[in-house]
Design a binder for this molecule. Structure first.
Ligand SMILES: [Zn+2]
Length: 435
C-alpha cells in the first residue's frame, strides 16, 4: 500500500511538473532550465557511473557520443545499479519467451528493444523512473485534466511494466496484444469504449476499415510506426478527428503532438543535438541526452531516426523543437546511382510525395529498394503506369540513373510485423555515404 501511494505521488508530481511548472515562454528560458538539469545530472553521473567518472568537470559536448552497440558493450559500467548485461539479458529473454512482459531485477524493469538477435538493446528503469514516465505521458497525452476519468486502449507488440504503471481509479488502461485476432480486438473495444486509443497506424487502419467497430474515442494517437501521410489522411477522414502522434521508443518518450497538431520534442527533460544530414531540407538525426534518467543514463545517444524540422515555429507558443515529420529509420534512406556513378541519398518523404502525387486513387502502397538500380512498388488502388511516369520524371529531375522499377501484388500488413511503407533492403557499400 505504501509503495502504491509513493508511486502515485511520483506520477502526480511529474504530471504537475510537466503540465504546470515546466512551460517555457522562450528558447532562452528552456535552455537555461536544461542547463540547470544538466549540472545536476552530470554531477550524479560522475559520482555513480563508472563509465562516466572520467568526464568529471567537462561540458556536455565533451562527453562521448553513444550508440546502441557502445551502450551494450559498456552496459555494466554505464548503469548505476551494478547490473550486468548477462543477468539482464537472461531475465529479459526468459520473459519474452513466456510473453509475461514484466521482467524485473529487484525493482528495476528490464526492456529489450526489437531488432535482430545480435543487435538488441537493453533498457532499464527503476520504479521512480517508471512513475515519472507515466506522469509525463499523461501530462502530454490526456486531452483533459488528470482527474477526468479516461479509458485508455493501448495496442502494443509486447506489454511492459511501464504501461501498467498507468492504471489508477480514474485512469483505466487496457493492453491489446497485436498478436491477437482483429475480431477479438473489435469485440473488446466495443465493450470497453475507450476514450483514448493508442495504436500503430497499421492497426488503426485495420480498425478503421472494419464495419463492426462502434467506438467514439476523444483522442487517437498513432505510435510505434511512422505515420505516413496516406494513412494520416485516411484515418482523419474515417475517425473524423486529427490523428495525434506519440514519439516513443525504447530509448525514451521523445515527443508528442500539441493541441495544434505539431509534434514537439520533449526538450523539457531531454537535450536534443541535431546532426544535420540535409540542412537545406531541415533533416537531422537526433542525439539525445536525458536529463533525469539515473538507472541507465542516456547521454548523447545517437538515434537511428531521421526527423524533419518544421520550417516555422508552431503557433501554440511552445518553444521546443517542432517536427514536421518523423521520417523513419536512417536505415531506410534510399540510395540511387547518379549519372556520374556515385550513390546519392534520397529521403523517404520524397518518394512518399511522388506516390501521392502520381494518382490520388492510391489507397495504400509499399516501396522497397532492393539495390541502387532496382525498385519494387506495390499498390492497393491506383494506376501503376501513372506511378511509373511520376517516378521516371523524378529520377530524371534528380539526375539519377533510372532504376529497374517493377510492380508486385500489395500485401496487407498484419500481426506483429512493423508496417513500413518505405523500406531499404540492402546495405550500400560505399565510402561516400552520409550515414
Ligand atoms: Zn505546438
Amino acid at each position: 500500500m505504501e509503495s502504491k501511494l509513493k508511486r502515485l505521488a511520483h506520477i502526480l508530481h511529474s504530471y504537475l511538473q510537466t503540465k504546470c511548472w515546466r512551460s517555457f515562454g522562450s528558447r532562452l528560458e528552456l535552455e537555461a532550465h536544461q542547463q540547470k538539469l544538466w549540472q545536476k545530472q552530470s554531477t550524479f553521473l560522475t559520482q555513480n557511473s563508472s563509465f562516466y567518472k572520467k568526464y568529471n568537470g567537462l561540458t556536455l559536448n565533451e562527453y562521448p557520443l553513444m550508440s546502441k552497440s557502445i551502450m551494450m558493450s559498456e552496459f555494466d559500467k554505464i548503469n548505476t545499479k551494478n547490473l550486468t548485461k548477462n543477468e539482464c539479458l537472461d531475465v529479459a529473454l526468459k520473459s519474452e519467451e513466456s510473453r509475461d512482459f514484466s521482467p524485473m531485477i529487484e525493482e528495476v524493469s528490464v526492456g529489450l528493444s526489437s531488432g535482430t538477435s545480435g543487435n538488441r538493446g537493453l533498457f532499464l528503469a527503476d520504479e521512480t523512473e517508471r512513475a515519472r514516465w507515466a506522469g509525463i505521458i499523461l501530462a502530454k497525452a490526456l486531452p483533459q485534466h488528470i482527474l477526468h476519468p479516461q479509458r485508455i486502449a493501448l495496442f502494443l507488440r509486447a506489454n511492459n511494466n511501464l504501461y501498467t504503471t498507468l492504471s489508477s481509479n480514474k485512469i483505466q488502461f487496457q493492453f491489446f496484444d497485436l498478436i491477437e485476432k482483429l475480431d477479438a480486438h473489435i469485440d473488446r473495444l466495443n465493450i470497453y469504449q475507450p476514450t483514448i486509443l493508442v495504436a500503430p497506424p497499421s492497426m488503426l487502419r485495420m480498425l478503421a476499415k472494419s464495419t463492426g467497430l462502434k467506438i467514439n474515442p476523444k483522442r487517437i494517437f498513432s505510435a510505434a510506426e511512422v505515420l505516413d501521410p496516406i494513412d494520416e489522411s485516411f484515418l482523419t477522414k474515417r475517425f473524423q478527428q486529427p490523428i495525434h502522434q506519440l514519439y516513443q521508443c525504447t530509448e525514451g518518450f521523445l515527443g508528442a503532438s500539441c493541441s495544434h497538431g505539431t509534434i514537439h520534442l520533449n526538450e523539457d527533460y531531454i537535450i536534443i543535438e541535431k546532426e544535420w544530414i540535409d540542412k537545406k531540407n531541415r533533416k537531422f538525426i537526433p542525439i539525445i541526452t536525458d536529463l533525469e534518467r539515473k538507472t541507465q543514463p542516456i547521454i548523447r545517444y545517437r538515434l537511428n531516426d531521421v526527423l524533419t524540422e518544421k520550417k516555422n515555429p508552431c503557433s501554440c507558443g511552445n518553444p521546443a523543437i517542432a517536427i514536421e515529420q518523423i521520417e523513419g529509420r536512417a536505415d531506410d534512406i534510399f540510395y540511387f546511382t547518379s549519372l556520374e556513378n556515385k550513390l546519392e541519398p534520397i529521403f523517404p518523404d520524397f518518394l512518399r510525395r511522388r506516390i501521392l502525387q502520381a494518382d490520388d486513387s492510391i489507397e495504400e502502397y509499399v516501396i522497397k529498394q532492393h539495390s541502387p538500380l532496382k525498385l519494387e512498388v506495390s499498390l492497393f488502388g491506383g494506376n501503376e503506369e501513372k506511378v511509373r511516369a511520376q517516378m521516371t520524371h523524378f529520377f530524371k529531375q534528380q539526375k539519377l540513373q533510372l532504376p529497374d522499377l517493377f510492380f508486385s501484388v500489395y500485401q496487407k500488413p498484419e500481426g506483429l510485423k512493423k508496417m513500413k511503407r518505405v523500406e531499404r533492403l540492402f546495405t550500400p557499400e560505399s565510402e561516400d555515404l552520409i550515414l
